[in-house]
Design a protein around this ligand. Structure first.
Ligand SMILES: Nc1nc2c(ncn2[C@@H]2O[C@H](COP(=O)(O)OP(=O)(O)OP(=O)(O)O)[C@@H](O)[C@H]2O)c(=O)[nH]1
Ligand SMILES: [Mg+2]
Length: 638
C-alpha cells in the first residue's frame, strides 16, 4: 500500500475529489464540515477492483494551515495536484509544489476540477496555466485530467491514472528500522491510546514493543489497523492506526515518532544537504533562525552554514534544533523562516545523533548515496566518515538507517574483508584507512624516539595519544590492536617497534658501570639510586633517568626503594636466602641479615621484596620459603 496526497490552493476541490474517489469525507471535524474548509490532515482509503489499495492524505489548502499540510506531506508517494479550472494555479498551488518537491513524491497527476462550471476555452486556458506552473517542479510533465466532483466526469480516468502511478512506484524500505511519525493521537474508551501515521520505513508487528520518541517511552503495540481493517503486521507505505495502551494519550502528540527501539536516538543536531529556494537566498544568513518540519514535527532551530549559500545548489548545513527529535539518513525535511514563515528550502538528512557532533560538516558521502546503497556500503560510510572516532554497532545501525542485526551482518563482513577494524573494550569499529594512517603516525613517532633516545624503552601511551591527537584510552585500544597484529611491542608500559632494543650511550654505560660497581668486600650491598642520580646530574649525563628505567625494565638492574642491585648481585642475594631457608628451615630477619652480610638498612627492604615477589612467606618473626626450594625458581619468575 502506498500514499496518495492531495495538494493545491484553498477551495480548489481537494476534499471533494477525495469523496469522489473514495466515498469517504476526509474532513473529520464538524468545524471543517460547517466551514467547508479543511483545517487539518484528512485520510481516506482508496481501493481498486483488482485489489490495489492506497491511502489518501488530504491536506488543507489555506496558507494558514500549511503547518498541518507539512505534518503529513512527507508521507506522500503520489501527488494529486488539484487545480480549479475556473481559477487556474494560485499561490498555494505553487507553494505546495515547492514543498513537495523537497519531499518523497515519486509520481504526480494533476486534476483540473469544477470542469462542469467551465467552458472548453476556460478549461484550455487553465490547462495551459497548469502546464506552465508545473515546469521545473516535482509535477513536471504530469498528466492533466479534467474532472467534475459535481457530475463525476473524468473520475474514472483519474482513478486509472492513479492506479498506473501506484503500480510504478519504487519500493519503500521495508527492512529498515520502523519509523512512523505520529500525526494524530486519541484515546478510545476500552482500548486506550491510538496513534496514527504513515509508516515511512520498516515493518511493524502486533505484539512488538516500539519506542515513542523523543521521550523514549516503551510502547507495546497491542493491535494495528489500516483504515479500520485489523492486521497482524504492516510494512512501509501504509496509513496505520496503532493501539499502544501503555502510552498515556496526554503525553503523546503530533510530531512524536513511534520507532524501532534500538536504532534511533533523539538528537538536536542534524547534518543535512540543504537545497535553498532561489528566492530565499537573500534571507539566508550563516546562522538563520528557522522552523524545521521533520517527520510530522515542527521544531524551531537554526540553520547553520559554513558559508552562506550563493546559489540554489544543494549545500551542506547543520540544523540545530531547540527540541530533540529522531530521524534517519535520507529523511527529507522542510525549512521555513521563523517569522514570517517563508519557505526557505528543503533538506536531506545526512547524519543525525552524536555522529554529527564529531563529523560536523566535513562529510564526504553525498546524501543520495546513503539511500541507494547496500547495507554494507552505508555501514561502511557511517564508520569511515566518523574518522578516528570508533563507532559502536548500535550507532552504526542508526547512522546507516538499518536494523541492528543487519548492521551486525554488514559489519562482520566488513571486518572480514579488512575494510574496517574492530577495536576492543568496548567493541567499536574504525575504518581501515584511518587505522593504518594512525599506525603510520605512531610508528614514525616511535622511530623518531628510538633514533633520538636509543636508551629509552620507547613511548608511553600518552605520548602516542599526543602524536595521534586522541585521548589516552583510544590510543591504548589502538596500541593493543597493533600489539595483537605484532606491529608494536611493549615493556614496562612503554611501546616500541618490535625490532628495537634500547641501547645506552657510551657515556651512560660508563656512568652506570661506575655508579653500580660491586664492592668486593661487601658484595651484596646495593648502590643508592638517589646518589647515582645526583652524580648523573652533576656530571650532566644525558638521559640518565630514562636509561636507568630501561636497565630496570630489561632486568639488568633491580630497584627496591632507594636500593639498586645489579642482576647478578640480586640473584646471589636470593640464592643466599634460599640456601639459608632450604629444607623447610625458617629464620628471623636478623638471621637472614647475617647470612646476607649486610646491615638491617638493606636487609629489611630486600627481605620484604622477596616476600612480595613470592620467594618467601612471613610467619610472625620468621620467614620460610614459599614452596620447596627446588620448585621456587621455576614458578616464581622475577
Ligand atoms: N461545481 C463543482 N463544485 C466543486 C467541485 N469540486 C469542489 N467543488 C466545490 O468547491 C468548494 C470547495 O471544495 P473543497 O473540496 O472543500 O475544496 P478544498 O480544496 O478541499 O478546500 P480546502 O481544503 O479548504 O483547501 C466546495 O463548495 C465544493 O462543493 C466540482 O468539481 N464542481
Ligand atoms: Mg479540503
Amino acid at each position: 500500500m502506498r500514499i496518495v496526497g492531495t495538494a493545491g490552493h484553498v477551495d480548489h476541490g481537494k476534499s471533494s475529489l477525495v469523496i469522489s474517489l473514495t466515498g469517504h469525507n476526509p474532513d473529520r471535524w464538524v468545524e471543517e464540515r460547517e466551514r467547508g474548509m479543511t483545517l487539518d490532515l484528512g485520510f481516506a482509503p482508496l481501493k481498486f477492483a483488482d485489489g490495489v489499495e492506497a491511502g489518501i492524505i488530504d491536506v488543507p489548502g489555506h496558507e494558514r494551515f500549511i503547518h498541518n499540510m507539512l505534518a503529513g506531506a512527507a508521507g506522500i508517494d503520489v501527488l494529486l495536484l488539484v487545480v480549479d479550472a475556473l481559477e487556474g494555479p494560485r499561490a498555494q498551488t505553487r507553494e505546495h509544489l515547492q514543498i513537495l518537491g523537497f519531499l518523497n513524491v515519486a509520481k504526480s497527476i494533476v486534476a483540473l476540477t469544477k470542469v462542469d462550471l467551465a467552458d472548453d476555452e476556460v478549461i484550455e486556458r487553465a490547462s495551459d496555466g497548469v502546464r506552465d506552473a508545473i515546469v521545473g517542479t516535482v509535477a513536471d510533465g504530469a498528466p492533466i485530467i479534467s474532472v467534475s466532483n459535481a457530475t463525476g466526469a473524468g473520475i474514472d480516468a483519474l482513478k486509472s491514472a492513479i492506479h498506473d502511478a501506484l503500480a510504478s512506484l519504487p519500493p519503500r524500505r521495508v527492512d529498515a528500522p520502523a519509523f512512523l511519525p505520529v500525526d494524530r493521537v486519541f484515546a478510545l474508551p476500552g482500548h486506550g491510546t491510538i496513534v496514527t501515521g504513515t509508516l515511512m520505513q520498516g515493518t511493524i508487528h502486533a505484539g512488538e514493543t516500539l519506542t515513542l520518541q523523543p521521550s523514549g517511552t516503551p510502547a507495546r503495540v497491542r493491535s494495528l489497523q489500516i483504515f479500520g481493517r485489523k492486521t497482524e503486521s504492516a510494512s512501509a507505505g501504509v496509513r496505520l492506526a496503532i493501539n499502544v495502551p501503555g502510552i498515556d494519550a496526554s503525553t503523546a502528540r503530533r510530531g512524536d515518532v513511534l520507532a524501532a527501539t534500538r536504532e534511533f536516538e533523539p538528537t538536536s543536531e542534524l547534518a543535512i544537504e540543504f537545497s535553498p529556494l532561489e528566492e530565499a537566498l537573500p534571507l539566508l544568513r550563516r546562522r538563520t533562525p528557522v522552523r524545521v518540519h521533520v517527520g510530522s514535527a515542527e521544531i524551531e532551530g537554526r540553520l547553520v552554514f559554513d558559508e552562506r549559500p550563493a546559489s540554489s545548489k544543494p549545500a551542506r548545513a547543520l540544523v540545530e534544533l531547540t527540541r530533540p527529535t529522531v530521524t534517519y539518513p535520507g529523511a527529507r525535511l522542510i525549512v521555513r523562516r521563523l517569522s514570517p514563515k517563508d519557505l526557505l528550502g528543503g533538506g536531506i538528512v545526512v547524519k543525525s545523533g552524536d555522529v554529527v557532533g564529531r563529523a560536523k560538516l566535513g562529510i564526504s558521502a553525498p546524501a543520495t548515496d546513503l539511500v541507494a546503497s547496500s547495507d554494507d556500503e552505508t555501514c561502511f560510510a557511517a564508520i569511515a566518515s566518523s574518522g578516528l572516532s570508533p563507532v559502536a554497532l548500535r550507532k552504526v545501525a542508526s547512522a546507516a538507517n538499518v536494523l541492528e542485526p543487519a548492521a551486525r551482518t554488514a559489519v562482520d563482513r566488513l571486518v572480514e574483508d579488512g575494510r574496517i577494524i574492530a577495536l576492543a573494550k568496548p567493541v567499536e569499529y574504525i575504518g581501515r584507512d584511518v587505522y593504518e594512517a594512525s599506525f603510520e603516525r605512531s610508528a614514525s613517532a616511535l622511530r623518531e624516539r628510538h633514533a633520538s633516545a636509543s636508551w629509552r624503552l620507547g613511548c608511553s601511551t600518552s605520548e602516542i595519544a599526543a602524536a595521534l591527537g586522541v585521548d589516552d584510552s583510544l590510543a591504548a585500544r589502538l596500541l593493543s590492536a597493533w600489539h595483537e597484529d605484532g606491529r608494536v611491542a611493549v615493556r614496562a608500559r612503554f611501546w616500541r617497534l618490535p625490532d628495537f632494543t634500547p641501547s645506552l650511550t657510551r657515556e651512560q654505560r660508563t656512568f652506570f658501570d661506575e655508579s653500580f660497581r660491586i664492592d668486593a668486600a661487601a658484595p651484596l650491598v646495593p648502590a643508592s639510586y638517589s646518589n647515582a642520580m645526583r652524580h648523573a646530574e652533576e656530571r650532566r649525563v644525558a638521559g640518565a633517568h630514562e636509561a636507568f628505567e630501561s636497565l630496570v625494565a630489561a632486568g639488568q638492574l633491580v630497584r627496591i626503594g632507594d636500593d639498586v642491585y645489579r642482576r647478578n648481585q640480586f640473584d646471589r642475594a636470593r640464592a643466599t636466602v634460599e640456601n639459608a631457608l632450604a629444607n623447610g628451615v625458617s629464620a628471623t630477619a636478623s638471621q637472614l641479615r647475617i647470612a646476607l652480610e649486610v646491615s638491617r638498612k638493606y636487609a629489611l627492604p630486600l627481605l620484604e621484596h622477596f616476600d612480595s615477589i613470592g620467594v618467601t612467606v612471613r610467619d610472625g618473626d620468621h620467614r620460610r620459603l614459599r614452596i620447596n626450594a627446588g620448585n621456587a625458581r621455576a614458578i616464581v619468575q622475577t
